[in-house]
Design a protein around this ligand. Sequence first.
Ligand SMILES: [Fe+2]
Ligand SMILES: [Fe+2]
Length: 284
Amino acid sequence: MNDNNLKIIQVSDLHFLKDGETMYGANPVNRFRAFINDVNKNQRNADLVVITGDIAHNGIKESYQLFKEELERLDLPSVIMIGNHDNREVVKAELSSVTKIDDDGFIQSSIEIKNHKLIFCDTVWDNENINNIHEGYYCLKRFNWLEKEILSFKSNSNIIFMHHNPMNVFMKSMDNYSFNDKDQEIIAKFLDKYSSKIKYLFFGHGHRPLSGKWKNVPYASLRGLLHARELDFDSDVENFKMEEPSYGIIFVNENNLTFHIHDFMNKGKIYEGDENYLGFPNID
Ligand SMILES: [Fe+2]
Ligand SMILES: [Fe+2]
């Protein structure tokens, strides 16, 4: 942007498959292409695009190669993060040119832009069964890295991104795949300690738009780009469904942070005073 407002695009949970494959009837390559087309056309003044994990559904090489080809069409700088469906080592091998790695080998990084620091955390388990563990995890090495990142920034405007929701959100099927209770407590303590230096926390993973506040840290999330989660608070089952594909637009300045969610593929007509306006396209 030309002024001092920081503008970040967040998109999450792309779940790339193999070429031509679909999930719930939708093609992740086409969906990501539609996202890039829209951002290139309508959000050209954004500072950064942040992809908050679950890039590939099965963590396989072919999916990351497809993703890389599409990402090259994006006109804006981007940061990619991993989620529980990704494979850290395959990401490092296939996306080495666009992946930033910390000293301990985790896909974590930070950027300072316009007096704000954006911190990108890797919350994926670090063992061989990576694709079988869907909960989040943050080890001591990563906490040490995050602490240094926060403390080394002179301003208090640290904005943190991660794939997993580290807190429960009153929705059983999401809470089952958050962090386990013990690890939630550890993160809660950390956030409590540094809440005055953390402006906001954004995550993906749940495929639901929501916002809240935990340990004095405000947080928000959004639907997956490919699929969403049904609004069912009591079910243990991961009941995914198709809803409007969306991305987030975060504006930040010294005094304000606002998060817009844009259902960018909605074809609803703008009213513009038309007496014959027929209302919402999919209702009645
Ligand atoms: Fe996901
Ligand atoms: Fe996830």
